[in-house]
Every structure is written in C-alpha cells, then in structure tokens.
Write a protein that binds this ligand. Structure first.
Ligand SMILES: [Zn+2]
Length: 101
C-alpha cells in the first residue's frame, strides 16, 4: 500500500485518503504556442522507470495538493513537498541519484 506524508498537516496517509493528480511539474504553454506543444501539454506524459514526480491531493484530510517523489521500480517514496514549488527539493533528487548509483 502506498503511504504518503502530507507536507502540510504531517499525516501519513494511505492511498485511500489521497486522490492522484498525475505527473507533477507540467509546463503550460500560452496562447501563442503551437498545436503540437499544446497537444503535448494535454496528452503526453512521462512513464519513467525510476524516479517519478507526482501530484496528489490529501482528499480526506486537509484537502491540499502536494507533490510526491516515488521510485516506480521499488515503490519507495523518496519524499513529499508542497505543490507551490516548481522543482523537487535537491535532497530528493540526490536521494534518487544515490539509489541508482
Ligand atoms: Zn494534509
């Protein structure tokens, strides 16, 4: 079972308390973008083997969105962090690097 710690309220919630929101850190394209850029934003998602950055909502808790870093091979959760940041914290990226070394 997937257990994620909400970075806002600190509760370690299992997946029945959470709602998935898909891939994190998607870059939106503005009105001047090409059709292919907009199509990629809407439909194309990464499906990596290893570190995956995801959006989750603590639906049956505080209700806030947050990000989680998870290894898709081992299901290890490398950390969670607030949704307002544009990139994962360095300690999560370094933890992922150490796992693959
Ligand atoms: Zn929460």
């Amino acid at each position: 079972m997937l257990i994620l710690t909400c970075p806002y309220c600190g509760v370690a919630a299992d997946e029945t308390e959470l709602a998935p929101g898909g891939e994190a850190h998607l870059r939106r394209h503005g009105p001047d973008s090409s059709d292919s850029d907009f199509e990629a934003y809407l439909f194309l998602r990464r499906n990596p083997r290893g570190l995956h950055l995801e959006r989750w909502r603590h639906a049956h808790g505080c209700g806030k969105w947050f990000h989680a870093a998870r290894d898709t091979m081992t299901m290890e959760v490398l950390g969670t962090y607030p949704a307002q940041v544009t990139a994962p914290p360095p300690e999560i990226v370094h933890a992922s690097d150490a796992d693959t070394a």
